[in-house]
Write a protein that binds this ligand. Structure first.
Ligand SMILES: CC(C)(COP(=O)(O)OP(=O)(O)OC[C@H]1O[C@@H](n2cnc3c(N)ncnc32)[C@H](O)[C@@H]1OP(=O)(O)O)[C@@H](O)C(=O)NCCC(=O)NCCS
Length: 153
């Protein structure tokens, strides 16, 4: 068992720390209203990687929309001081399970691309100028669970 962090279902009281990690991680971070909306959405799942000694100390989180057998990763981020400890990998494994997992990533986000390719994600298509601030293409990646039919964008 990993003793560096624990993964638990996230609670709304972690939102302030999620905002801090968002702001440290993205040029177009989610705002508080979006987190609140996400927690109330029926298909929304948010998992938190927390300190092994306190569930109130957040290291990273993942937000996904799950409609079995599909899972769409809406956001995943790890606090800068806790990166390269296997947290994102563990969060993706915990939320993705046996689902067919799809996500979008900025073309320039080499760390995230390395992470996803190391986990077996494959390029599905490119969405031109999908992101703002700065304008950039999105790579749509998918990891097909065994037995799922391969689909295109
Ligand atoms: C991308 C991100 C989520 C990775 O989180 P993490 O917890 O550090 O990742 P992990 O420790 O689980 O890394 C697993 C593997 O991914 C790859 N990887 C992760 N970060 C990497 C980096 N900076 N450079 C190269 N490879 C990297 C490596 O193969 C790594 O395995 P290794 O450490 O044994 O070499 C984190 O860097 C982050 O929060 N970035 C800002 C937010 C973001 O870009 N989110 C993704 C949006 S699509």
């Amino acid at each position: 068992m990993n003793m560096d962090f624990r993964i638990i279902p996230a609670d709304t009281e972690l939102i302030p720390q999620m905002l801090k990690i968002e702001n440290a991680s993205f040029s177009d971070p989610w705002k508080e209203e979006l987190f609140n909306f996400y927690f109330s959405a029926r298909a929304g799942t948010v998992l938190a990687a927390v300190s092994p000694v306190s569930e109130l100390e957040l290291f990273g989180f993942i937000a996904a929309t799950i409609v079995p057998p599909e899972c769409f990763i809406d956001s995943v981020a790890v606090a800068p001081e806790h990166r390269r400890k296997g947290i994102a990998k563990a969060l993706l494994a915990a939320v993705g399970g046996d689902f067919e997992v799809t996500l979008e990533v900025r073309e320039s986000n080499l760390a995230a691309r390395e992470l996803y390719y190391s986990l077996g994600f494959e390029l599905l298509c490119v969405r031109k100028n999908y992101y703002d601030n700065p304008t950039e293409n999105a790579l749509v990646l998918r990891k097909n669970a065994v037995g799922h039919e391969k689909r295109t964008c």
